[in-house]
Design a protein around this ligand. Sequence first.
Ligand SMILES: Cc1ncc(COP(=O)(O)O)c(C=O)c1O
Length: 462
Amino acid sequence: MSVTSPAAAVIDRDRVAALTERQRAIHRERTAASGRMFARAAEVMPGGVPSQFQTGDPWPVYVERGQGARVWDVDGNEYLDFHNGFGVMCVGHANPVIAAAVKAQMDAGTHFAAPTEGSIAVAAELRRRWGLPHWRFTNSGTESTMDAIHLARGLAGKDVIVKIEGTYHGHHDAVMVSVKPPADLMGDRSRPASVAYGLGYPDAMVELTHVVPFNDAAALERLLDELGDTVAGVIMEPAMMNVNIVPPVPGYLEAVRALTRERGIALIFDEVKTGAAVAAGGATELYGVTPDVVCLAKAICGGLPGGAIGVTEELAALMADGRVRQQGTFNGNPLVMAAAQATLTEVLTDEAYAQLHAANKRLMAGCERVIAEYALPAHTVGMGSKGCVVFSSEPVREYRDYLEKIHHDLSDLAWLYHMNHGIFMTPGRDEEWTLSVLHTDADLDRYVEVFETFARDVTSAL
Ligand SMILES: Cc1ncc(COP(=O)(O)O)c(C=O)c1O
């Protein structure tokens, strides 16, 4: 899954800084209309964006439209889209199958806040894919992980939650802890500090969330022993997806499953990113470990805002009689259900997953060829429709590796090269690509071509 390049070239930091300056200037010039839109937007939206994740330097790129594997920005630049809406758009933009399903539902009414048959079909399909017997719907990944934690606490009658250092699970109080803690605040690895991710999270809440490094079952065992019978549950992404991609080491998820089961505490897999993007049954299928709760959102609804949680019989009973109040006006909205049903049963079929896996393999192989040819200090990691180039010669196994081992300036520069050469990438040095079923081999090869331009410029003699 991860290939390390032999004998990496020494990277000239001054050269990287000079190239970054040049590419920044090109980016500013190419996106001047976005700059003007940003000035307007900043008057009415904090930071000029609807969500903090959409900020950009010097401004966000404002998008006008998308079709298939392409998007166009307000300057008229055309891009091949590897950002794909933070990994939502595995179906591709303006997919006619999704459009027809949503249009048909639109004509039959948009919203009733009463159950419709579509929700039964989607719940049944999620059950088939993940094997968990009962499903409820939410409106986002944040709501999915929030409901999961309420359920874990409700079942256990305990308040403490354990999460992985460096992971993001949405922006509710219980999980906005040690998301990207700064090195000077994160404490010793043997007992990481709980660090609030921004203002507005009460200390009393932050103290209820404890953190451990990823890929270290012994550290989790020590923490659970220390916390004793105060713990309600453990929440984790089965593969970390916000510090590039960090897969679980063999045996880790099995060990976590055994530790949580022995103690009778809930294991929550946050599959908001991995979900329907890495396999039909997500990372749960890929790694063969089933948690007590699966949290979904992003790719399952084909571009409409929605999420879901899948749970055991025991947890389902808590919702069925309302002891844990899982609710909301828009949950199971008919438009979202129509899009989810079309996504899961018509577009993201078994053949589509085979296609996505093959496409990802091709893209990773292309990047690996470039890495080897130019002796970049980098390797690729990927699964299903998702992958990335990690700018480190060594494998990254946890958040602290990500802080210490990665050439972050190369990640930033690669982003600029891609954007300036028509490859739309997720903002943020720590992200990954997501492929859609509408990407062609030519699209993938173009990505590799641009990556090679970057590699040649970074490594060529001054
Ligand atoms: C792993 C994970 N969990 C939860 C969330 C929150 O999802 P949302 O932005 O839909 O609230 C995200 C968002 O990026 C995520 O990556």
